[in-house]
Structures are given as C-alpha cells and as structure tokens.
Design a binder for this molecule. Structure first.
Ligand code: WTA
Length: 629
C-alpha cells in the first residue's frame, strides 16, 4: 500500500478514481478479517447511507495489537513523555500494551459494559487514554472521548446525548504548572447524568477526590481483579467504533460517528503514506486524544501500522518554549506532527529555545488543524526541518476520519500554505454558491467531495437527519466540507478557511452559536453576536458584541463575569478575546444579524462596510464602530 514516487502516486490516484472498489479492496486485504466482505462499497449521498466492506467482520484491536505481537512484541508501541521533564518517560511495548488493553477490556466488562454500550473517556494525555480507547474497541463498546479542557456542562451534554453507561477519568491532570481537577469536573457533570452507572478513576496526580460507594472504582484495583485474557469481539465492518463531538454552525455539538472497517483501513493507509513512516521510527503527534487528530494519528493510524507513537502529557511552553525540541532531541523523533498555532507561538519566543537542541533525527514535519501562514511555514521549514524535511500540510476534519488533501512526504512537491493534492480515493470538487461545479485551475469556491472514501462520517449520533442536513443537503450528491478553497494553476489546493459560522481558534473548532448561547446564559445579557477575527497566534480570535440589560457600572468586571460564564458553560477554549458592549446589533428588517458587518468591524476594516441601508437602524453601526476594540 506504500507510494514511493510521484509516478506511483499518480498511478494510485488514477486507479482509485477508475476503480475505487478494486483499489480499496486491495488495501483492505492487508488487514486481518474474520469474514471477508461481500461487497466493497454501497453508498448514496442523499439519505446518506454509506457502507464500506459490507458484511466484513473484524476487530480493529486485533489489527492494531495482536497482529504485531510476533514480530514487534518487544518493540515500543507508545512512548509517554510526562508533563514534568524531570520525571521518567514510560515505554509500552506492543506486548505490554496488548496486555493492558485486554485487562482493561475485562475491567469494562466487569463493570457491566457490553458490545454496543457507550463509554465516555475523560482523561489527560496519559497512556491509559489509549488503553481505554482500545479496550472499548476490543469488546465492541463505542468510545466517546471528551477533551479534558471541556467544562462539566459540556461533559454532561455529551454524556447525555450518547447515553454513556460508564465514564473513565483520572483524579487530575498536570498541564504546565497547573493541576487540573478531572474527577471533580466529572462529579459535577454526573449530577445530571442518570445513565452513568460506574466511574473508573485512574490515579495520576494523587489529588484528593471524592469516591462514591457503588459508583466509583479505582483503575488500579480493578486491573488487579482481572486476567489479561480477552478475546476480541467480532465486529461488523459497519459497527460504530466511536463517537466524537464536534462543533457546527448551529446549536449543540454533534456526535460524529465513525465505524470499524473503513476507519481502520483509511487511518492506517493515510498514516503510512502521508508521513512515509518507516519501521523503528518515532512518530510524535502533539494533538490531544480528545480531538480527531489524536484518535487517528496518535492511536489508531500508528498502532495499526506497528509504529512507535510518542504521547506528550504537557504543553509546548513548559518548563520553557523549548519543550517540543527537547522531546525531539531526547527521544530522537523522526516525524513531528503539530498545529500552526503551536508553531506561531513558539516562533514568538525566538530561536534561543531551538539552539543547542539536536533536531537531526527529524525527517518529516506535519501541520494540521488550520491554515498555516507562510511565515510559520518558512520558520518550521528553516529552523526545525533545517531545510531538509518535507512539510506535509494535511487538510481534513473530524468528519473525514483521516487526511484527505495533503502532500505525501518526499513524494509530492510542497508549496507553502498549500495542502497540495488529494490522496488516492479522494475526489474533491469546487462549487459556487448555487452548487455549480467550478472547473479548471486558478479558481476558488466551496470545497466538496463527490465520492465516498472509507472513513467518511456515517451519521451523527441519535440524529441522522442532522447529518444529512449539515453535510449532504447544501449541494445534492456532494459531501460539503464547510471550507473555502482555492485551486491554483498547478491544480494544487489551498484551504482558505471556513465559509460557515464555525471558528478555528488555536486549531480548536468552535461554533459562534455555541459561544453566543454561553454568553447569553449570563444573567445581565440580553443578546450577543460572536465573530472571528485574525489573531497572530491563535489564527482566529473570538470577538463578542454584547447587549446588556442595564448600564454597566464596571465594564471590566462584567467582562470577567462573562468570561467566567463561558468557561463554566463550554470551557476555557471558548473564552472571547474581546468583548464589546453595545446598545444594539446591526439587524435587517426581518431581524437577522448582519454578521458581515460585525466581521468587518472586528477585523478593523471599517472603511467599507458595504450596503447598510437594509438595516433596521443604521445608526447602530456607527456606535459599534466608535466603540470597537
Ligand atoms: C480546518 C482537524 C487549513 C478546516 C483535523 C477544517 C485546516 C477544520 C487544515 C476541521 C489545514 C484542518 N489547512 N485548514 N491543513 N486542517 N483545517 O474537525 O477548516 O477539528 O474544516 O479536524 O479545520 O477541524 P477538525
């Protein structure tokens, strides 16, 4: 399945378009299946109904663990680097990981989890997060990992939406010099979650926590009660593997559902090809397992490929801004996969944190999560890659399960800020507002995909109609990504950012509606409107225009109250960077907020606000302009 040259890429791509079923069948054969599929693909994008490797039976953990035991049993599967650099790192070989996963799978069973049950995982970046994920997959439970930075309220919403039976957490998390209380947050969340019967608590930071009799059990003592013998559950290719919540332009986050067979094949295929992973290399993806990047490229993709995946608990700036480079140096990292926001932030600290670090082990650099600006690309290339490591700017989404548009390291000629070309099996098209295809090169439009790839979203948990509406109804028979895109004269793709009301703040996806709802929870707030604006480090910052009930005595205090409210409702990642109090919002006569105008004001581009004559009260705009921050 490995592409080595650009000619091989072209041949593979051609094959994947002319005969997608034949193409993917060949790749899928490299995995262990209990029963072969009857048909490679059945699909329609109108309902939508998408099935890959129909009738095939497998277990993804057998492919990620058991399959490697003979040859790679003593080979490192996970290297864990703790938050505190003075503490020792931990290496789990494939044999050790297999043992732990089987044990924890038995712990889940002991605590009442059966195939099809949902298990919530709310853990810091510790190896046990990967163990818990794989243990679920071992027994056919559906994991729903929730990023550790989300609030109790967000956790509650996600647990209730998917009706989780068990939650796995830890006493606390260590991030930089902060100790974050995880179990306390879980306790708060569970007040409103009657479906949760058991809480399995990992001892990590040894912070004092409450333990409720009959409900809460310790990870460590449970692990002693079980054997490491756990037969993998035979799963249908289309059985759900996991749910991962993500933000959209409207309402509450939705639970994106990925299934077993297609996700397995695609995450492994893209991992091996995009990064050109070679045996014995160390792969370091700096994402959190709470996001899709962590699922596909810390856990599944690397382990399915027999790779060594480095997991880092801490943050890039602790104990100083040289931490990533220190990790690369000490663990001889071959491939580094990180986000533009991290690069921009570290760039800001200057070169003194890079100097003196041996980065010569690096061979490939990756970027993900948001558009990478040219300056960051060049810095990454020059100072980290020393001009000799290809940079793969990988474009994809929670919904796509794996990378769709990206260079193949060392194979595709790169170009700063371009995700370049679609991977085999991916058929992108650009359309205009009316859905008409924009053909040829040197054009831009809305990015859609016209043919399914194996790890495409199957449904949104509990609400299939929402999946249809969000992704498959804007343009008939196309998957709509929500991204704008440019295709240059060479046919190279460059992602220009979201065209809907979704923000990308430090690589985190946040819906403007979600933030507005949280702000509106504040007792004094009547209404609010949230837009993004360019931010040097975060990519996008959050700008909130807020109408309050009374004249404020102390604007600053009110701002802090609003920030506290947003933190309580969503989590610190959704805190607005700027809050401007206004007396009114620019609305049309039909009551629609004209965000276009607010966006311009937030960007500081107030010279030309376009046509404001359709506004109910055009004077509102002058007031907002005068008070802009
Ligand atoms: C954006 C993250 C430009 C895009 C894997 C997409 C990118 C959203 C890139 C998905 C990239 C991701 N260049 N933009 N290389 N990668 N995006 O679901 O707007 O957290 O729609 O998945 O991030 O974010 P998500």
């Amino acid at each position: 399945m490995r592409i080595r040259t650009f000619e091989e890429y072209q041949t593979a791509y051609q094959h994947s378009v002319e005969d997608p079923e034949g193409f993917w069948a060949e790749i899928a054969q490299e995995f262990k299946w209990h029963k072969p599929w009857k048909k490679v693909l059945e699909w329609n994008f109108s309902t939508p109904d998408i099935k890959w490797f129909v009738g095939g039976k497998t277990n993804i953990t057998e492919n990620a663990l058991d399959r490697h035991l003979r040859e790679l049993g003593n080979h490192p599967a996970i290297i864990w680097e703790p938050n505190d650099p003075s503490e020792p790192s931990v290496t789990l070989t494939y044999k050790m990981l297999h043992d732990q996963v089987c044990r924890f799978a038995n712990v889940l069973k002991r605590n009442g989890v059966v195939k099809g049950d949902r298990v919530c995982i709310y853990l810091p970046m510790v190896p046990e997060a990967a163990i818990a994920i794989l243990a679920c997959a071992r027994i056919g439970a559906v994991h729903s990992v929730v990023f550790g930075g989300f609030s109790a309220q967000s956790l509650t919403d996600r647990i209730i939406d998917s009706n989780c039976k068990v939650i796995v957490t830890s006493d606390g998390a260590a991030r930089g010099n902060k100790n974050i209380p995880m179990k306390d947050t879980v306790d708060d969340a569970l007040i409103a979650c009657p479906s949760v019967q058991k809480v399995i608590v990992l001892t990590h930071t040894r912070t004092p926590i409450s333990m409720i009799k009959g409900r809460d059990v310790w990870w460590e003592s449970e692990m002693k009660q079980v054997t490491s013998d756990c037969r993998p559950e035979v799963m249908d290719s289309e059985d759900p593997l996991f749910i991962l919540y993500t933000s959209g332009s409207t309402g509450k986050p939705k639970g994106v559902v990925h299934t077993t067979g297609g996700y397995m094949v695609y995450s492994a295929y893209t991992f091996q090809n995009v990064f050109q992973y070679e045996k014995d290399q160390v792969f370091f993806c700096t994402a959190d397992v709470g996001w899709i990047t962590g699922h596909s490229y810390i856990v599944y993709g690397p382990l399915l490929s027999g790779a060594t995946s480095l997991m880092f608990e801490g943050i890039p700036t602790y104990p100083d801004a040289g931490r990533f480079w220190d990790i690369v140096d000490r663990h001889k990292v071959d491939i580094l996969y990180t986000a533009p926001t991290a690069i921009r932030s570290l760039m800001g600290f200057g070169l003194k944190y890079v100097e003196g670090k041996d980065l010569s082990s690096l061979k490939v650099l990756g970027s993900v999560g948001e558009p990478i600006n040219e300056e960051a690309w060049n810095w990454y290339n020059e100072h980290i890659g020393k001009g000799k490591c290809p940079i793969v700017d990988t474009w994809w989404q929670t919904e796509t399960g794996g990378i769709l548009i990206s260079p193949i390291a060392g194979v595709t000629k790169t170009k700063p800020t371009y995700a370049t070309l679609p991977l085999p099996g991916v058929q992108p098209i650009l359309v205009d507002e009316s859905g008409k295809e924009i053909e040829g090169n040197g054009v831009s439009g809305n990015l859609c995909i016209k043919y399914p790839w194996p790890s495409i979203i199957r449904t949104t948990w509990g609400d299939h109609e929402r999946c249809r509406q969000t992704y498959f109804s804007t343009y008939p028979n196309l998957y709509f990504t929500g991204d704008g895109c440019l295709r240059d004269e060479d046919g190279y793709y460059r992602i220009t950012g979201r065209v809907d009301d979704v923000l990308n703040v430090s690589g985190h996806r946040i819906g403007t509606a979600e933030v507005e709802n949280a702000i509106n929870m504040h007792a004094d707030v009547i209404e609010s409107a949230v837009v993004g604006y360019p931010h040097d480090i975060k990519g996008q910052g959050i700008y909130a225009f807020v109408i309050c009930e009374n004249t404020l005595d102390d604007e600053d205090l009110s701002r802090r109250d609003i920030l506290a409210t947003v933190t309580r409702i969503i989590g610190p990642i959704a805190k607005p960077d700027k809050i401007q109090f206004v007396r009114g919002l620019p609305k049309t006569r039909s009551g629609k907020i004209m965000r276009r105008i607010l966006r311009k004001i937030a960007e500081g581009d107030t010279g030309n606000l376009g046509d404001t004559t359709t506004l109910l009260d055009p004077t509102v705009v002058d007031d907002i302009k005068a008070g802009a921050m």
